[in-house]
Design a protein around this ligand. Structure first.
Ligand SMILES: [Zn+2]
Ligand SMILES: [Zn+2]
Length: 76
């Protein structure tokens, strides 16, 4: 009897550290601490995460689809 095998992987709770790399400069971004800009449309498919410096350089537009970048805070 083991039906709970895969449970817990997506369960809310301990977030731990979550890091992504800036798509432009490869700087490590800590999603729980740093201000991180993302493209809502591309963040999952193309890992469109950007540090503030590069987001500014991009005029806050996604280089892939030209949509406006938002901070992760604005997403939630
Ligand atoms: Zn960067
Ligand atoms: Zn995009």
């Amino acid at each position: 009897m083991s039906t709970a095998g895969l449970k817990g992987i997506n369960a809310a709770g301990h977030l731990g550290w979550v890091t992504r790399k800036c798509r432009i400069c490869a700087k490590k971004l800590d999603l729980t601490v740093d201000v991180v800009y993302v493209c809502k449309a591309c963040m999952h498919t193309r890992e469109a995460y950007f540090c503030p410096a590069d987001a500014k350089r991009l005029h806050y537009r996604c280089p892939f689809c030209r949509r406006e970048l938002v901070t992760l805070d604005e997403l939630s």
